[in-house]
Write a protein that binds this ligand. Sequence first.
Ligand code: ADP
Ligand code: MG
Ligand code: MG
Length: 262
Amino acid sequence: TETLKITNLHVAVEGKPILRGVNLTINRGETHALMGPNGSGKSTLGNVIMGHPNYEVTDGTIELNGEDISEWDATERARAGIFMAFQRPMAIPGVKMADFLRHATTNVRNPARKEGEELIPMRQFRKELTEKMEQLRMDTEFARRYVNDGFSGGEMKRAEILQMAMLRPKFAILDETDSGLDVDAVKLASQSIAQIGKETAGGDQMGILIITHHDKLLDQNTPDFTHVMLGGKIVETGGVELAHELYTDGYDRIRASYPEAA
Ligand code: ADP
Ligand code: MG
Ligand code: MG
C-alpha cells in the first residue's frame, strides 16, 4: 500500500523554528485526526507536506512511497496525488471554478501533461462536475463563479471539498474544513469526505489527515489515529476516544503532561 511518511521533520519560517521533530506515517485507507491548540503548528505541517514555498525544511524527510519529496514543488506533489484543503483558501479573481477544476483535474489525471497540451474533454468534464456537485448538493451555478472570490467562509470550504472530489487524491490534508460551516453543513461535509475517500482512483482508498478542533467532521470519518500537536511536536497519539476527550475537555491535560513542549 502507498505511504506518506514524515520523519523527524523540523521546519522554520523566516528563520523561526516552528516544527521541532514531527514523525507521522499515513497509509492509504487510513484516517488520521490532528488536533492541538492554536499556534501549535498544525497548518504548518499541512502546508509543508503540500510544498508551500515559505516553509524551510531544516531537518528530516517527507517521503511518498519511500521517495523523499521534500524538494519537490507544490505542483509536482499535487500531480503525485497529494491534496490539501487550506484553512484560508486563496481567491483567484478572473478564474472560474469550472476552468480551474478542469485544469487541476487534467494535471492530476495526466501527471506527464505539459502546459498547453489538451485538457479533459469538455463534455466528460462537465458530466463529472455536475455529478459531483449534485452529490455535494451544490448549485451548479457555483462553478461559474471566480475561485473563492467573495465566497463566504462556508462556500470556500465547500469549494475545497468539490476540488477534492474532482481530483480524487491519494492523500488529502483537510485543514479545519469544518470551520465556518453550520451544523448541517458539517454533517454533509463529513459524509462527503467519507464518500470521496472511498472513490479514489486506483482502487485503494484515500489516506486522510483531518486537522480539526471539533469531533463532528469525524462522525463519518472515524480516525484510526488521533494525534495531538503541541509546540511543534506530536506529543500524543491515540484512537478516536482521544479526539472526543480533547473536544470535550480541552488541552489542559496535554499541556500539564508535556510541559517541555508547551
Ligand atoms: P496552528 O495551525 O496549529 O494554529 P500554525 O501552523 O498556523 O498553527 O502556526 C504555528 C506557528 O507558526 C505560529 O506561531 C505562527 O504564527 C507561525 N507561523 C506559521 N506560518 C507562518 C508564516 N507564514 N509566517 C510567520 N509565522 C508563521
Ligand atoms: Mg488554528
Ligand atoms: Mg491552523
